[in-house]
Ligand binder design. Structure first.
Ligand code: WQD
Length: 343
């Protein structure tokens, strides 16, 4: 039985995607450098699914390490979630981000071609849109990223488009996901940021367990109903299901399908920071202290997705409510106050 290679498969999105693939009896290979994840994720995946999963600790910026994986396994398709993803850090270390994110993809494509593997799902991001002019954001919107992280995503999408244009054997889907939230129902997989959380949800839950004193809300005078910025939050399980649906679409695709598709994954609704905070306070059962501070550089006022194409092409729709997203996030944080450390 051929396998799906999940590059970055030990990460937050990757691990939930691997569980979904295994639950559909798909053979999976994980490749991860574990720089932003933990070996405990592998045991959690195996405990949840009751299946073993072959994993490689690999630096995918090294061509030889990618070749070894293809040499030792029969791979039918690749889901690439491997890459650095901190917006703030990317602006401080652009060369680090360009080298890592682009080299990983270039190595995967080079070796895929050598082994006649032409199906790849790319985990892109809503950051490719920058400050959207029209809402909801459609896939046809201009890609104008405002940070290095977003620019690595646009450059990689361009590489895939050029490759698809040059050789009809390739099929790509680039999933532009908005703001992932939540955790696996078992509360044994979840978001485990290194150091101080950049993202809103882990920051809130770390305040709730007393690891951080209070939340800083970045800006209170945006042109939004309550003045705080609005984002499109999506349950990690729905996001994982979207990756599986995209991979299956490519593996079943016949020659007449298009060779490169970009597809948004989001809830199609926008929630403000204060609305998310309130949903968490209801899930946690207590008030979360916060201060309003300056806006964060690069933050847009409002962004939420048009998800019509995901429904049409992948027959994919989001299934979780914002309350479930906050509850699942909170249950993960309660059960694993230090994430995967000390596991
Ligand atoms: C959400 C909202 C902040 C933290 C980024 C990437 C995106 C995706 C998700 C990877 C914003 C506000 C946040 C805090 C706050 N990642 N906020 N206080 O910036 O929308 O998206 O992460 O693909 O690509 O761009 O997510 O969670 O950082 O912020 O007020 O301590 O919460 O202003 O409105 P963001 P976020």
């Amino acid at each position: 039985m051929t396998a799906i290679l999940v590059a970055g498969g030990a990460g937050y999105v990757g691990s939930h995607t691997v569980v979904k693939l295994l639950e559909k009896n798909q053979k999976v290979i994980i490749a991860d450098d574990f720089s932003h994840s933990n070996l405990a994720v592998i045991s959690a995946i195996q405990a949840i699914t009751g299946q073993s999963v072959k994993s490689y600790r690999a630096d995918l910026t090294q061509l030889e390490e990618v070749k070894k994986i293809f040499d030792e396994n029969e791979i039918s398709g690749v889901i690439n979630l491997a890459g650095y993803k901190s917006v703030g850090e990317s602006s401080q270390m652009p060369l680090h981000y360009y080298r890592n994110n682009l080299e990983i993809m270039l190595n995967l494509l080079t070796v895929m071609e050598e082994y006649d593997v032409y199906r790849l799902v790319f985990s892109s991001s809503a950051t490719v849109y920058g400050n959207p002019k029209e809402l909801p954001v459609k896939e046809s919107a201009q890609r104008k990223p405002t940070n290095t992280y977003g620019r690595t995503k646009v450059m990689i999408e361009q590489i895939l488009q050029d490759l698809a244009e040059s050789d009809s054997r390739w099929r790509f889907i680039s999933l532009r996901f908005f703001n992932p939230l939540g955790a696996h129902k078992s509360s044994n997989l979840g978001e485990d940021p290194n150091g101080l959380p950049n993202n809103l949800a882990p920051y809130i839950t770390q305040v709730a367990i007393g690891k951080l004193p209070k939340l800083q809300i970045y800006g209170h005078d945006f042109p939004t109903p309550d003045g705080t910025s609005v984002r499109d939050y999506l349950h990690i399980d729905d996001l994982a299901a979207g990756h599986v649906a995209a991979m299956n679409n490519l593996l079943d695709s016949q020659d007449e399908t298009s060779r490169f598709e970009a597809i948004n994954l989001g809830s199609g609704k926008g929630y403000s920071v204060l609305e998310i905070l309130q949903a968490f306070e209801e899930a946690i059962g207590k008030k979360i202290p916060f201060d309003y501070t300056e806006k964060r550089l690069g933050d847009t006022a409002e962004s939420f997705a048009s998800i019509e194409k995901a429904k049409r092409v992948l027959d994919w729709v989001p299934t979780y409510t914002i309350e479930e997203m906050c509850q699942d996030t909170w249950h993960w944080q309660l059960k694993h106050p230090n994430g995967y450390d000390n596991e």
